[in-house]
Design a protein. Structure first.
Length: 415
């Protein structure tokens, strides 16, 4: 689902005027209908622009740094150069991934090809990791067999220029990536910030040699390699989560729940599950509670209308299951309130839904689902329903609970 984010060329966010002006120029001149980010074609145009800019910047930096590294015989500068070359390759992969993700749904892929973008970002992370391992090996060799450095002021100036370029490129990708919710562009931003740190470390090693005459080039190279590898691990983690299946973002959960419950005839919702098929391509299922004394065709008509309007307003393929609930029988309502009160005292993180009561002469069946946090251990998950049943029996010995354990799929807010 697309996020409501500021315009990428608005100039807000505290970035420098030059960065904003350059971003504004590129977006305005190379992306048609740049504000309409919900359109797949516009989203693809953002990704293509970011990829082409990344290829150009990184090839330029590779050529400059490689030449400087050869002149200085510096493994850290040369390592930094090949890191830029890998970044150019990453931009190529990003370009291919974004273009392939644009492909519409077909017989074999009814929900489209949007997840290809996540796969592209994962490939980028592996490239970054491989480059990091290579740098680490070369740097350790440099520590064992140091080579004389040749300090030149022009090399420091070139590396400072590299920092400026990578800083702009990272901020450029972050701004556009947030606008279209792109994992690939977020990965490029992370990688670019890693480059800023590593190039800064390279400058420090050269200046340290100039001042003290001590060659710490190999040690700095190890630092460069570790930062690059850490960035690769971070990118892989971020892109694997949506591929494996991550919990629902709390804000998305609240948005969908509020949307469905805003319709007359809907008493409540639960069991929301969202499946991510790529940025801007989601489907969801939810259980909507409807009064059990309303004609089923009327409730079905409401459900159909909600599903249609969710597709139009939220750009979401929503499937709704109807659950009839008691809204008039005071006996059932009071029993449910008592059960909810006891559960709140037992564990406020749990909840119940789909509550039904079947009255008998000697036994009253309480049939409901109990939502337990998925992070609880097995012993706790098994013990809570048993304890709730025991407490309800104290209220009335005739109560027999038939409990189905449910889990909620909402991510916990970050502290």
């Amino acid at each position: 689902m697309p996020e409501s984010l500021p315009d990428p060329i608005s100039g807000s966010g505290g970035t420098s005027g030059k960065i904003v002006k350059m971003t504004e120029f590129l977006v305005r001149h190379f992306i048609k209908d740049y504000k309409d980010v919900e359109k797949i074609s516009v989203r693809t145009a953002y990704g293509v622009l970011a990829s082409i800019v990344g290829i150009f910047c990184n090839v330029f930096l590779f050529a400059v740094k490689f030449a400087v590294g050869l002149v200085l015989r510096s493994v850290s500068v040369t390592a930094d150069a090949f890191n830029n070359l890998s970044d150019a390759g990453s931009s190529v992969i990003s370009f291919v991934g974004v273009k392939m993700a644009e492909k519409p749904a077909d017989r074999d892929h009814p929900f489209g090809h949007g997840r290809i973008e996540y796969i592209a970002a994962l490939v980028v992370s592996f490239i970054v990791l491989e480059v990091g391992f290579t740098f680490l090996k070369d740097s350790i060799g440099k520590i064992r067999t140091p080579e004389e450095l040749n300090f030149q002021t022009i090399s420091v100036v070139i590396l400072l220029l590299s920092i400026a370029v990578k800083l702009w490129l990272g901020l450029f990708n972050r701004k556009l990536g947030k606008k279209i919710n792109s994992k690939v562009m977020e990965a490029v931003f992370t990688d670019s910030m890693g480059d800023v740190i590593t190039t800064g470390a390279t400058i420090v090693s050269l200046l340290f040699f100039r001042i003290t005459g001590i060659n710490i080039d190999g040690f700095v190279g190890v630092g460069v390699a570790l930062v690059v590898m850490w960035a690769g691990v971070g990118i892989a983690k971020d892109t694997l989560e949506p591929l494996i299946g991550e919990a629902i973002d709390p804000e998305v959960y609240r948005q969908i729940k509020k949307f469905v419950e805003s319709y007359d005839g809907i008493e409540g919702t639960h069991d929301l599950i969202v499946h991510n098929y790529g940025p801007g391509r989601s489907m969801a299922s939810i259980h909507a509670e409807v009064p059990n004394d309303v004609d089923i065709e009327k409730s079905h008509e409401i459900i159909d209308r909600i599903e249609r309007e969710a597709a139009r307003q939220l750009d979401l393929f929503l499937v709704i299951h109807m659950d009839p609930v008691e809204t008039r029988d005071e006996r059932v309502i009071q029993i449910r309130k008592k059960a909810e009160q006891i559960l709140k005292e037992l564990d406020p993180a749990c909840s119940i839904h789909d509550f039904r009561v079947v009255h008998g002469r000697d036994q009253i069946n309480l049939i409901f689902d109990m939502v337990i946090p998925i992070e609880y251990d097995e012993k706790t998950r098994e013990g809570l329903p048993v304890r709730l049943s025991e407490l309800l029996k104290i209220v009335d010995p005739r109560y027999e609970c038939v409990i189905t354990v449910d889990y909620d799929y909402v991510a916990k807010p970050e502290e």
